[in-house]
Design a protein around this ligand. Sequence first.
Ligand code: DP6
Length: 338
Amino acid sequence: MSVHSWTSWRTEGSRLKSTAIACANQGLIKYWGKTDEALRVPSNGSISVCLAALTTRTTVEFSEAIAHDSLVLNQRPSNDPRVFKHLDRIRALAGSKMRARVVSENGFPPGVGFASSASGFAALTVSGVAAAGLAMPLPELSRLARLGSGSASRSIPGGFAELLAGDDLHSVAVRLAGPDDLDFRTLAVGVGESPKKVGSSEGMRITTATSPFFATRLEYLVGALDRMRAALRARNGTEVARLAEVDTLNMHATMLTSDPPLVYWSGATLDVIRAVLALREAGTQAYFSIDAGENVFVNCRQQDVTAVRERLGGLASVSSVIESAPGGPARLVEDHLF
Ligand code: DP6
């Protein structure tokens, strides 16, 4: 059942259990900074593409018989307070006090370094809302996902989506293009498995407070968002990829000039950047894009995937390459994880 058609859907009976799948997404015009930390209101609009090959599947069960919230993440017990806080938000909306059991699995091999709060909070939001028997229109669903993790809101509509800047109520994600509308492929290039030293929330706090380039970035973003929307309207995948590379360097300039400096790249990241630049010099239209970590997305047209994959696979510092088409919206599924 798609989230587009579930407004009349209700869970029957006292066992309130639901499973949802959501894709991770790659920032194309990236979100880095908040105007309200508690409500996760972003400083700027951001645009992303969902990644069909990087998904999270989450089951939520609310029950009177459960004494405490519990979470099993990739088959290991976890005590992530952000997840339990998100369950509190869903309970508040449902007027319920029932505790929940949550089981969540990433649909890609562990340790590839692309674990994502976006797919996780999008799947948790959709499964939790459904398990609580709530009916919720898409914008509200994406707002709720945003409260868990800003980028998660963009995984709700799927495809190419924009998280609008604005106040808490208006900062919701809208779809700009469907997953099949553009010739666009992403290679998720893994170079490291270690968790990033400074998480996104903390990193954003440091950058907004200290980078002398942050205000300049906000000015540049007005035009950058317009250019990205225009490239999506024109269905020009190569221009989308090029603009994402431009924005990567712009965002990382604010990270590098933060105090303390946020250097998310490793030597291996630079190896991939240089390989992409060499591919372009040789005539292949491939572009890099890097979120807050050392791993790299490389975006290109479908016909160039083999050439790009061969070039990157030959680098000693690359540990994994996952090819992904653009992905669809977060959705409910019938099969449960437990
Ligand atoms: C660099 O959504 O992880 O990937 O809202 O604090 O949970 P929180 O941040 P998060 O930030 C992602 C930032 C980014 C860029 C992007 O995805 O647009």
